[in-house]
Design a protein around this ligand. Structure first.
Ligand code: FPP
Length: 236
């Protein structure tokens, strides 16, 4: 008598957050300037976003530029901003793919043309029903929480009415599910001020792969691993 092994359905995380790390080292290994690593990283970002949309992921949030990244050499910062501009102009290509784009972070300080392009992209994709793609720019978790507290005070919300939910609704991610899976390639084991409030119960996946080398198959490996985690949320 033969027993057919029961195939259990793979569960997708609802919200994957990725720290796109290792661009500089990828370039160094090839004796290229760091900017070449970011160019390769931007391509990987687009490929992975498309792949996440294809498999039906609900939310993907990528860390493209942190509040601390301004400390990098001027030409590197300019290079990343140029890539962002190119992406925003090129993002018209994403239109047919039904991806809804949103930018998280303190966007006020960005160049006017970038801000206008961001607005155009968010407006232009707001009715998309596929992947919700969040791009964190000039984002810092501590900065985000500080701003939330300031807004709560400005709105005159009474201290006894301040709940976790109230704080969540004052973050850039308001209305979104918290990330349940955080991926950091490049052999670093840090959160680096990324979604620090939202990731309280997230699972983590670390790998030595440098971001420009990250392929859909690595994402699949990570999702498989996610499926083997026993998520108890503080219970037993
Ligand atoms: C971290 O690697 C990466 C960044 C600070 C920039 C990430 C930017 C991109 C992937 C491209 C731009 C994105 C968009 C949305 C178009 P690192 O430079 O710290 O690498 P290292 O640790 O090896 O030096």
């Amino acid at each position: 008598m033969f027993f057919k092994k029961k195939q259990t359905e793979r569960v997708l995380p609802r919200h994957i957050a990725i720290i796109m790390d290792g661009n500089g080292r990828w370039a160094k290994k090839r004796s290229l300037p760091r900017s070449a690593g970011h160019v390769a990283g931007a391509k990987t970002f687009k490929d992975i976003a498309r792949y996440c949309n294809k498999i039906g992921l609900e939310y993907l949030t990528v860390y493209a530029f942190s509040t601390e990244n301004w400390k990098r050499p001027k030409d590197e910062v300019e290079g990343i901003m140029r890539l962002l501009r190119d992406y925003l102009i090129d993002a018209e290509n994403f239109k047919d793919e039904n991806i809804k784009v949103k930018f998280l972070g303190n966007l006020e300080v960005l160049d006017e043309d970038i801000k206008a392009l961001i607005k155009k992209n968010e407006e232009g994709s707001k009715n998309a029903t596929g992947l919700n793609l969040n791009i964190a720019i000039n984002y810092g978790g501590k900065d985000e929480i500080t701003r939330a507290v300031r807004d709560i005070v400005k709105e005159g919300i009474k201290s006894e009415d301040i709940t976790e939910e109230v704080i969540s609704q004052h973050l850039y991610t308001k209305g979104m599910p918290d990330p349940d899976f955080i991926i950091r390639p490049s052999g670093e084991y840090r959160l680096s001020n990324y979604l620090i409030w939202q990731s309280a119960y997230a699972e983590y996946w670390f790998s030595d792969i440098l971001w420009p080398d990250f392929k859909p198959r690595h994402l699949e490996q990570a999702i498989d691993e996610f499926n083997h985690r026993n998520r108890r949320f503080g219970g037993v």
